[in-house]
Write a protein that binds this ligand. Sequence first.
Ligand code: SF4
Ligand code: FES
Length: 315
Amino acid sequence: MSHKIPFKIRRFDPLKDKKTYFQEYIVDVEMYDTVLDGLIKIRNETDSTLAFRMSCKSGICGSCAMRINGRARLACKTKIEDIYKNFSEIKIEPLGNLNVIKDLVVDMNTFYAEMEKTEPWLKKSNPIGKYENKIPPKENIKMEKSGECVWCGACFSDCPSREAENSYMGPAAGVMAHRFIFDPRDKDKENRLKNVVDNNIWLCAHCEKATENCPQKIDPQDLISQIREESIKYGLTKHLGARHVLAINKSIKTYGEISESRLPVWTLGPFGVIKEIKTAYRLIIKRKFPPLKLKRIHDFEDIKKLYLKNPDAGN
Ligand code: SF4
Ligand code: FES
């Protein structure tokens, strides 16, 4: 049985509009239809001026990514029923962190540029045709997930770190970098790691948005953590983020807990910490300065055993 469902769509035509606005359409659809089915119906039957991208209709090409009721998703993989039961309308907007060309069509070039910075192709591997480049199954598992990215941009769209700082490559580029950093056939791992550190992989705030949005269930956040860990193993520890992780690690190894008073010194270094003197002064005045003297926690020996079992823990 079909239902009349309100579709509220953010519209913008650069040739005639100064600002974006919402336009509402009542669409006759089945509840099992997808949001993309609804959009196609509007374009075919009601308003042929509505612009959106689509191609495969099966979650493979990544072109129908858009914000649906506040979250970036693939319209062809989103059932009307699943949205309607929570929101009682389908609200559609273009992807975020990208410029709008028309209606739901965004300029993906910014996103592609970040992906291309990771040089997503094999480098310095054995010449093609000379002999086979087999990947042992144990190694293949490491890059299985990152190889499934469909370049849809749903993670990039809602990434608050990218919104705040466009020198951060974004979660999808992290996924793409992971794909080649952990490929045993590639012989440029160290430069790849330097490249992601230079493109601010440490600015990922671990907010979980990318993981929540990814239609391929890739978990970009976890892959980014793996890259960071690998970069530390390769001695790339100049970035503030890496130094902070090492400082936390040192604190736990020394005291069994995080020492709020030691962390700034260990992270910023003695000269860097001078810049924070005003903050320290304010904390002292407000009696909020953390204790300088720290004792090891009661269960310190248990923590030590954990570190001995896994020497890389915390990196
Ligand atoms: S990581 Fe997931 S959400 Fe991000 S571009 Fe790839 S498939 Fe899309
Ligand atoms: S149309 Fe290809 S992923 Fe949706």
